[in-house]
Unconditional design. Sequence first.
Length: 480
Amino acid sequence: MKPCFGYIRVSTLRQGEGVSLQEQKDAILACAAIRNLQIIEWFEELETAAKSGRPIFSRMIARLRKGHAQGFVVHKIDRSARNLKDWALVSELPDAGIDVHIATESLDFNTRGGRMTADFLAVIAADFIRNQREETKKGLNGRLKQGLYPFKAPLGYLDMGRGAPKVPCPIKAPLIKELYQLYLSGQHSLRSLHVEMQQRGLKGHTENLVSLHGIEKVLSNTFYHGLITIARTGETFDGVHEPLVTKAAFRQVQRIKSRRCGPKVTRHNHVFLGLFRCGLCAGPMVPERQKVVHVYYRCPRQNCCMKTMREDRLEDAILTRLKSVQLNKATIAEQKKRWKTGGLHKDLVQKRRSIVARIEAEETRLARAADLLIEGALDRTTYTEKKRDAEFTLGRLREKLDELPDPKALNASRDAYIYKMSRLSSLYEDATIFERRQLIENTFATRLIGPEGVELELRAWAEYQTPVPKVTRERSRTNA
């Protein structure tokens, strides 16, 4: 009996768990019994034959050339190769005195007719896999054009089966939102954010704690703001899944990442780190802990005459300023009167018309670019770039349109504004460190520490977003 190898292959792990491998083995053993062959070793591979360079297949060929067996048996030709490069290696074996046996075919590789028939079957197998690849691509593109993501759901989403959009994971999606919020706060580098999210229990697809690379992927994936991007081609598609972040937030994250700098979490996590600048030279005021008890903010520039300010005095100055601009009964009545006589409704109508016009203009440019692509006046790469930019712009404009409040929402926003502006100092005292930082950033546009005290200039917002009484628009100094 001639000693031979047995080679079996399945294209996927799911096939490998089924009966396909055993069926191939049974057919090979039956062939070996009929042809007086002995299978001395099995080579099993879970890999598609469409790609060359399969490690187990290559190892078997190398051992055959070294004389470890007189030949090998395979179930069908397409199990050995569906690409002509691998088939060329197989078809050369008979010239080296190595037997090739196909269990389901009576082919004699020692005759010209048998080898020609085998070559024809190999070409047919190669054509089959090419056609299968094209049909698969068509199916994937069809799903993408429908706004469906046909691949594994990104972290924070769940797969709901074919033809259904991904849905947010009730456990991981809130953590993804927190991840974006923490990075946007400016208080974290990627590494400190990685540590923080591990402490909060964010896990990857394998249910192990998320890696640093996983954090980077989440912050860079457009899927989270509703846009599907195919990395290999650069093409983009509007997704029908529920976004976890806004497009504006995602763009701001990319800006922060591109700068690769900014405030980081320090050992003591000081409340006012990165919020105040020197009133003399505009340099950053840096916190220092001295004598264990007190934290001082100082200008690090050697030629600056600015002295230090203690953190508790800085906090007193902020509270004093907040109390001075809180709304009282008189200012609340004045503000409500201004709202009643203002032309806010007309302003909102004009803004809505302006945004709708911009959306229509952007859609027209996108359609024109598609026409130029069809006419051959625009290459595919340029069109893809224009399409990606246009879809991002359209998404941002639609977000702005959705953000314009209706009358009921506007009234609720005004009531919330009155409530908060009438108790600013209490909100500050009851807030966490992170919430205090947000309140300071949202309330004061200019934050300086100078020889005369703390200078806090209040921020002016658009009236339909967060209206601000006249008294809060004044610039004043508060001595510490």
